[in-house]
Design a protein around this ligand. Structure first.
Ligand code: AMP
Ligand code: MG
Length: 523
């Protein structure tokens, strides 16, 4: 059996222990009491080829020796066949969308190929996004366009290298075909090139995976799903002998981990101005991973009301300033979905710790980003003033943090101010100088060392909206140079990249005028 074929490394998904809809019929339908449906990827893309693949990720997965461009591997990762060793499937789940119960959703255009067992014993699922119809495709075509595939690939890889928990992306295959999309929902649609991303995570189980069986009162299945989730993803929770005495205990503790991880993930999002844009419960990972990169955005100008999703404009439910609260709301729904396994008082007491986890994570992150050893009154005041200035002047959060680190590291206080070029900004400059003076007093003498550390946590490379816009435009025209360059830069986000100022600058005027910071869900 050739080790050079990816398919030979794939195993049957552990979820196969769970009931599955085995019919392998693609027709849209409701499927009950099952984890998902078997779906055979059978696209035909004679001109398929890779736009890119991540050697770094392949190595981590123990696939470093594989020639991914081999015909068989390309076919597997472009939705043209499945592995002989693992039956492909689509997951069934439900979700609350924009605050309302939406019923069954499921993987409408995601197909799971199987599981890789990595050298460290961890297992990783490989999933294709955009590889054709499944029983959950509803009105959709099961395809994904190139622009959304680029957005998913680059953002998830950027998040990974920023050390923010996320699903990862292994490849983008260009299908050589086009699909119709009405990108602005205005009736003026067009054909767009389609593509398939392969993405990787220990699990793609979502809050919505539990919401659906709970709504349908499929309690035995719900419990089986929780058991499999714990066995595979929280095995340490099985070791406690309490579980034997009290069967409910392990579910409470699983829920506590989900609460903790979700709080930490959102604190990290806030620290880099990342706005997910569609925090529906079907897009919330049970492992606290950032998942389903749709109309997300890194905030160009500090604004708690910024939402990158045009469909979210009416209520701004998913704007920057509400992500913490939406996280809590989604966790409350999850507690309800698990209520047959978790007594209500236990769920409430776990939920009560969400704020504490968030604040703890937030403070630890802030200490790192500012180089504080503690957060007491002086530091707290500096933090409050920092965010007041940020909001008052609608500045780029990541630029400010990076400039802070760099000015200390290079012993060049003016570096911190140089972003303000306009003479009309004298008032702003004076405020920032004052803040900087107070900050220098607070951090003590080893400024250069602190600056060096700050530059290791405050990224230089941010996948800003203007940059993504340019990458997508050029790649769609067939020029892959900028994509490759950006793909390289996101893997070393803490380097200075001084020759790339044009790509790494804060949002230029043209981008603000064009409003490239907003996208629709059309993908
Ligand atoms: P999303 O907003 O990407 O999380 O998608 C919400 C739901 O719509 C999920 O169930 C997706 O699988 C489904 N979906 C999105 N786009 C498509 C498509 N082109 N074809 C089929 N299903 C889709
Ligand atoms: Mg989704």
């Amino acid at each position: 059996m050739s080790e050079h074929l990816l398919e030979n490394r794939l195993n049957e998904f552990f979820g196969r222990k769970l009931p599955m809809d085995e019919s392998a019929e693609n027709t849209p339908r409701q499927t009950f009491g099952c984890f998902g449906s078997l779906v055979e990827p059978n696209c035909s893309f004679p001109d398929a080829k890779f736009l890119c693949y991540s050697k770094q990720l392949m190595e981590t997965l123990g696939l470093g020796h594989i020639n991914i461009e081999d015909e068989s591997n390309l076919k597997l990762l472009s939705g043209q066949r499945q592995s002989a060793h693992a039956k492909a499937y689509a997951q069934c789940y439900g979700g609350y969308q924009f605050g309302h119960w939406a019923g069954q959703l499921g993987d409408g255009r995601a197909i799971n190929l199987g599981v890789l067992t990595c050298a460290d014993g961890l297992s990783m699922e490989i999933q294709l996004k955009g590889a054709g119809l499944t029983p959950y495709s509803r009105m959709g075509d099961g395809a994904a366009v190139l622009r959304s595939s680029i957005r998913e690939y680059l953002a998830s890889e950027a998040m990974f290298f920023l050390e923010i928990p996320t699903t990862r992306a292994m490849s983008i295959a260009l299908t050589g075909e086009s699909v119709y999309r009405d990108k602005f929902y205005n009736g003026f649609g067009a054909m767009e090139p389609s593509a398939i991303v392969s993405r990787v995570a220990p699990s793609f189980i979502r809050f919505g995976s539990f919401d659906l069986p709970s709504h349908r009162k499929e309690y035995p299945f719900l419990q089986q799903l929780a058991n499999v989730t714990i066995e595979r993803h929280f095995p340490q929770l099985m070791q406690n002998t309490d579980d034997i005495k009290d069967g409910a205990n392990r579910y409470v503790r699983m829920f506590a981990r989900v609460v903790e991880r979700t709080a930490e993930m959102i604190a990290l999002w806030q620290s880099v101005g990342f706005v997910h844009g569609v925090m529906n419960t079907d897009n919330m990972s049970i492992l606290g991973l950032t998942i389903d990169y749709g109309p997300y955005g890194f905030m160009d100008k500090f604004d708690p009301e910024y939402t990158p999703n045009t469909s979210d404009l009416p209520g701004k439910r998913y704007c920057f300033g509400r992500q913490y609260a939406v996280g809590a709301w989604n966790l409350q729904r999850l507690a309800e979905s698990l209520s047959v396994l978790i007594p209500q008082p236990a769920a409430e007491s776990v939920l009560a710790h969400y704020q504490e986890h968030f604040l703890h994570s937030w403070q630890e992150i802030m200490k790192r980003k500012f180089g504080f050893t503690k957060i007491e009154e002086v530091e707290q005041n500096l933090l409050n003033e920092w965010y007041e200035l940020m909001q008052g002047h609608t500045l780029d959060l990541n630029e400010r943090f990076r400039s802070l680190g760099r000015s200390l590291r290079d012993e060049d206080p003016e570096f911190f101010i140089k972003i303000f070029v306009d003479t009309e900004q004298q008032d702003i400059i004076a405020k920032w100088r004052l803040w900087y003076e107070k900050y220098l007093n607070a951090i003590g003498d080893n400024r250069k060392d602190i600056g060096t550390k700050l530059c290791q946590v405050n990224p230089r490379v941010i996948l800003r909206n203007h940059l993504l816009h340019r990458v997508i435009e050029s790649t769609e025209k067939g020029d892959h140079t900028l994509f490759m360059k950006v793909n390289e830069m996101i893997q070393r986000p803490f380097d200075d990249w001084d020759n790339e100022e044009d790509l790494l600058s804060v949002a230029p005027d043209w981008a603000l005028e064009k409003n490239v910071a907003m996208n629709s869900c059309s993908s």
